[in-house]
Each structure stands twice: as C-alpha cells, then as structure tokens.
Design a protein around this ligand. Structure first.
Ligand code: ZN
Length: 136
C-alpha cells in the first residue's frame, strides 16, 4: 500500500453553512466549490479551496445526522481530518491488518464523487480520520 498522499481536507461541523461560509468566502476570499447534499450522511457540505487542501463545512440535514449528534455533544468545531489515498481498498486492508478499528469496512460515496471511509477515533488518537480517493 502507498502511504497517504496529503491532507485532502479538514471537516468542520457547523450549524449553518451560510453563516459559517461568510468567514471563508467573504472575509478570507477563498474559492467555493459549491454546495452538495450527501443523503447517506444526512449532511449538506461546502468545500473551500486553500492551495492543495480544502476546508469542508458540514451542516446536518436531519436531527439523527451524525453531525447533528456531534453538534449537540461537542458544539461546532473540528470534526475530522481527511487523508487522500491512491487506492482506498488497499488502505482499508492495511488498516484492518494493522488492527485499526474501521467505521466503514467498505468504501462509500462521499461528496464530489469521492470514495470515502472513516476509521474510528479510538484507533486514531482521538481524531476522527477519513480516507478518501478521488472518483474515476
Ligand atoms: Zn470529509
């Protein structure tokens, strides 16, 4: 397995995409890649480009969304770190054989056609960690 290539994005949990976007778009002047709903995770997300890295804002679309539960218990803030990998199935196999607990045993669909999978923060030093591979 090849090591992860770079940090792809930081995921921030927010109560309102529109409100939170003001800092990144209006104040900092970052380019927005557009808003997208990910029904699977019951979130709406928006990405801002910052060089090679992106900032992902996540807003819950339902009360039982994982992001809604996060906001309830922890409040808005850093939700996850995402590492870009070349071959997600190979990375998941390596994590599994390294004894890392996975939230997603198989790649699933994320925003922007990415394939994504999360590792459990209990196995990654308390940081919810996403591994993502660009879509074909
Ligand atoms: Zn993410």
């Amino acid at each position: 397995m090849q090591p992860p290539q770079q940090i792809d994005h930081l995921g921030l949990a927010v109560r309102s995409l529109e409100e939170a976007s003001q800092l990144y778009r209006d104040v900092l002047g970052l380019t927005c890649q557009g808003t997208e709903e990910v029904p699977d995770q019951k979130v709406r997300v928006v990405f801002f480009e910052m060089g090679e890295v992106r900032i992902e804002l996540l807003e819950p679309t339902a009360a039982d969304s994982p992001i809604a539960r996060f906001l309830e218990t922890r409040g808005p803030g850093l939700h996850h770190v995402a590492y870009r990998v070349a071959d997600l199935p190979a990375t998941l196999a390596a994590l599994r054989s390294g004894g890392v607990r996975l939230i997603d045993e198989e790649p699933r669909d994320g925003a922007h056609g990415m394939k994504i999978a999360f590792a459990h923060p209990k196995s990654t030093g308390g940081v919810l960690t996403e591994f993502c591979q660009a879509g074909e």
